[in-house]
Ligand binder design. Sequence first.
Ligand code: ABV
Length: 228
Amino acid sequence: MRLDVITIFPDYLQPLDLSLIGTARRNGLLDLHVHDLREHTHDRHRTVDDTPYGGGAGMVMKPEPWGEALDQLTAGDTVPHLIVPGPGGTPFTQQTARDLAQEPWLAFACGRYEGIDERVYEEAAERMPVSVLSLGDYVLNGGEVAVLAMVEAIARLIPGVIGNEQSLVEESHEDGLLEYPVYTKPAVWRGREVPEILLSGNHGAIAAWRHEQRLQRTAARRPDLLSD
Ligand code: ABV
């Protein structure tokens, strides 16, 4: 899969050199490029923002550098699916990650300030699929941290990126319930015992206990997952 990230803070994406994602890049499973939006400015101050038409607080990202950066990505025969993280987007879920993991090429546009001039979205949508996606109902300073999370959620679903593929099916959000609690040695730690059933060797009883734990935990922490 090819991934491009456009940002005014390329250093923010440094974590993508590390761990499973970094290894996948070195193994050729991920072809990831980070671009500095300021390379597409042409004034002495490398300006990427300006005051909002109509007034209001803060600054808006200017359209011209974005237009030029996206032109560079769409110069060939194929185009990426453009993802723009934003608190006003469609929720990004495990299903979104599964869908996007099927795509050959994703480009991420990291906004800062109060947002990107709306015409950038309109014009991009005439040339490529565009999705505005939100990680949750809170506000970050920019899209970079959201891109780190989305890239990790998507990339780990690509065959070969994670060593143990079974770990992908046995995890929270893969089947609508949260995961059961897990324990490892020692059997007693600070006076706290591992639930006896896990030491019983009765695999049927263990599976039933784990399912019950998942239901209880989901009801307590995420009742929304059970009702809708
Ligand atoms: C992108 N907040 S995603 C840009 N939750 C600016 C703020 C922001 C995002 C999110």
